[in-house]
Design a protein. Sequence first.
Lengths: 129, 129, 389, 389
Amino acid sequence: MVDIKNYSEKVMEHFKNPRNVGEIDNPSGIGKVGNPICGDIMELYIKVEGNVIVDAKFKTFGCGAAIATSSMVTELVKGKTVEEALQISNKAVAEALGGLPPIKMHCSVLAEQALTSAIEDYKKKQGNK
Amino acid sequence: MVDIKNYSEKVMEHFKNPRNVGEIDNPSGIGKVGNPICGDIMELYIKVEGNVIVDAKFKTFGCGAAIATSSMVTELVKGKTVEEALQISNKAVAEALGGLPPIKMHCSVLAEQALTSAIEDYKKKQGNK
Amino acid sequence: MKRIYMDYAATTPTDPEVIKAMTPYFNEICGNPSSLHSFGQEAKHAVEEARGVIALFIGAGGDEIVFTSGGTEGNNYALKGVVNANIERGNHIITSSVEHHCVTETCKFLETRGLKVTYLPVDKYGVVDPEEVKKAITDKTILISIMHANNEIGTIEPVAEIGKIAKEAGVYFHTDAVQTFGHLPINVDELNVDLLSASAHKLYGPKGVGMLYIRKGTRIKSFMHGGDQENGRRASTHNVSGIVGFGKAVELAKESMENEAVIQTKWRDKLIKGILDKIESSRLNGHPVKRLPNNVNVSVEYIEGESMILNLDMEGVACSTGSACTSSSLEPSHVLLAIGLPHEIAHGSLRFTVGRFSKEYDIDYVLEILPKIVSKLRAMSPLYKKEKI
Amino acid sequence: MKRIYMDYAATTPTDPEVIKAMTPYFNEICGNPSSLHSFGQEAKHAVEEARGVIALFIGAGGDEIVFTSGGTEGNNYALKGVVNANIERGNHIITSSVEHHCVTETCKFLETRGLKVTYLPVDKYGVVDPEEVKKAITDKTILISIMHANNEIGTIEPVAEIGKIAKEAGVYFHTDAVQTFGHLPINVDELNVDLLSASAHKLYGPKGVGMLYIRKGTRIKSFMHGGDQENGRRASTHNVSGIVGFGKAVELAKESMENEAVIQTKWRDKLIKGILDKIESSRLNGHPVKRLPNNVNVSVEYIEGESMILNLDMEGVACSTGSACTSSSLEPSHVLLAIGLPHEIAHGSLRFTVGRFSKEYDIDYVLEILPKIVSKLRAMSPLYKKEKI
Ligand SMILES: Cc1ncc(COP(=O)(O)O)c(C=O)c1O
Ligand SMILES: Cc1ncc(COP(=O)(O)O)c(C=O)c1O
């Protein structure tokens, strides 16, 4: 079978077998980005222990690239400190997936935003404590 | 072989074996029509004896239809009285050839004009006698 | 893995009989129909024969058929050509909000040239109301263009009625019949159309060839300028093998169209019923009855089309979606929005279109795998969860 | 009767290898390249492969190649597209008086839209003078369009020099390379062109497909509006088999072009010499040396072209003429008039063009029968007689 819509093998692999699908009970932070109108919604859940992201899960409504980037970003953040995680750019997510077709780059942006937003949520909750 | 440029079999037959090619020495009348710019020139020679056209010949510069109509008109006039010959219309020439493609109808007009002009020439010469 | 093609509305495989008919016209009968010699005249003869077959098929005269490079060219030609030739008479055209891109983009281009365009709304099934057409006509209206059937949701438009209104108003009427040509009976007089476009590759003919029917007497300017092919109405060397293939495809359609419609309607309805039964929160798009015999268009809520397509493809099934994610514009289908679907539901649409080489098994297979795919994707969807809480 | 095709400039038979390459793309790999599923992506892959081959062949990037339905569309697109996109910058274009109809008719159409067109004269060989181009440029000039080689008389134009002038002046430069593509080496940078059109059926590819090279950064508007195929630059479902065939034809040309040019030049010169020697009052049209390797164009005085063509055809030989009698306009070739031939001599022109499947015998045969045909027709001609008296 030919690569669909110029997706890399890695993208297809993550799309077929997405890692970390689901929600985390009592998450340390939640990031919700996107909206149904533009066709992509991502929810990213993180569990932080001692400033380290020990678990991450996602739920995503969206295309193949949206699902693959969600999967990839959850993999990338696990084991990272919060500061390290904040360094993960959308390009890094795309690169880790072996690249994305130009018209799908916005999905990686969404993944970065979801991550930033989850960490912000975590920090806010920390501040509130 | 397919009919070329929608020429009828009859047109092709007259084109391949044109009747009455040439000139008549001391003709009773000559008709010269057309010009090199438009791509068709016809010369029609007639020999009249006792008001009857006993011989006709032509020379033509032109396309397949021009040659075929020249050939046909010389055939049609032979044996006719001058008055009968004047009745031969361009349509009659075209019909005798089994029809002409629309863009070639002007060739039959040329043939009619050549005939009319040859008869006028004959009449003028008669008048001068 | 068995591969199942269910995207006949996108394009059809060329029928083996069509290929056979075309083959000699590549290098045995290889002349240019514009050439005077016998090589050329043989080719011309073949082109004229195809023209005759196609003309007869829709009740037209041979000199009313102009061969084009496809449906897009036919639609560009019809709209631009009529506008260019009639701009002194008026500067207004009427079309619908569910036309194919090649009609709407041409309209948008014409708008940049000062033309006024009315895009009529449709009802929830995608049907244009003839009364709305009537109301939209002004003394500046020179052309109405409403498609015969919609390529996405399959809805058949009331073209004959609209044609009657156009005729009474003395306005030219064009229909894009790309999806119906060779599938439903077409008679240009019964439909009251002045112009009608078709594309061979939608009826088992080759890609890259089509035709525009132009009723005798219609004032229209050329779109493709150049040589005097097609009586000066469409320049460029004829695509001889393509035109011969188109002619053959029409011959085959003439024979089999009626039977195929019966079978396909049965399968269509089976697939629709199966999906709506097996998948909760799914709905049919387009008209339940006035629809193309081969078209199934559904929306599956809470999930997105591309990811369904990819999963179906992984299981060997080829179909399409109106989701934004598959277009470079990132906008979902204008047709689905026009029938009133919210964006997120438009994103979750799937179109299955069957055809001559489909089997009943294909329907069963889709009904077997689609619910599993939907479950898998819904389990990932943040929207699904929320609704269920 | 043996039939001899000597009208390769009108169209070429499709090479058997090209047919073989195309065949799977009718119904084995039958998807629409715009479709997301694997049927579609396989087709897309084939289209992109062909694009790559063609781009490489002329030193272009793949994203600079837009597939079209032929040379006519390429020329219409180049001219209308550049004018539409640059009309704010200027309203003047420069072309020559020997262009193909699809350039001149497009220019005439644009003139009705207020564009100013300069039709440059040519010398007696049909050559455009680059100095004249330079002089014609004004600050309103937005485009220059000069063909690479003339389809009737075979003259090769000084395109690289004109391109240099255009570049210095900051004016877009388009060349119609329909007659040279696949026959002479082409490099878009060496030629200094911004746009270049080609048509597959002139190089043993199928009819109905071509391409327009558009240099990156060129401001151009769409000609065929609709879907977003070809990066939004040319709507309509891809003619997949045609494009694959075009790609294969280019591959074959790459291999054999050089050798073929050597052989054809030999035959060409033999035929020219033979005709001029054997037939009194005949002359060569076009440049004696700067001409297409396969083109022989002669005028035979006192007789008319169509009647020669018909006689040649009866003897099995297919060639063409610039006589008025073969066109519906009843005007002789504008090219022959532009090089200064009087009407009656233009009417008496013949074009023989050889190609890949020609044999040396074909040349000998023409040299044997043509003089007889000329004698027969001259015996009927009132002009011949007069001159000889
Ligand atoms: C309704 C409709 N109109 C026009 C077209 C365009 O036809 P083509 O791709 O042959 O140009 C299509 C299909 O692509 C279509 O479905
Ligand atoms: C120089 C030239 N330009 C353009 C064309 C048009 O090409 P097509 O017939 O493929 O549209 C031709 C041939 O017909 C040609 O010889």
